[in-house]
Design a protein around this ligand. Sequence first.
Ligand SMILES: [Zn+2]
Ligand SMILES: [Zn+2]
Length: 108
Amino acid sequence: MEKKRALPIFGQPDPNTPKDVHYVGRYALGVDWADGHGSIYPFERLRRDCPCGACAELEALGPGAAWPAEIARETDALRVRWTDGHETRFPYADLRALCRCATCAGGH
Ligand SMILES: [Zn+2]
Ligand SMILES: [Zn+2]
């Protein structure tokens, strides 16, 4: 799958900078971006999108695999430690590219 990256425009808020990170209900993470866009990432999706490559190959997610134990905002990436001990780092630009809302996915 081709990744579409939102390019920052000088003098405008960087679309790859998170303004706010919060839980959406019990099963998803919400990110509000500096350019005003809002993304929702179901935990299971997030785990499957882990850039390590192995997580996407798992036949089934084990207990705790799609349950974050800790979510940390770092300078350039969002770090998620899962309940099963695995850790995932999503650079913000990649995270933004993972947004699958109608606008980002291009609509069908
Ligand atoms: Zn992984
Ligand atoms: Zn989106």
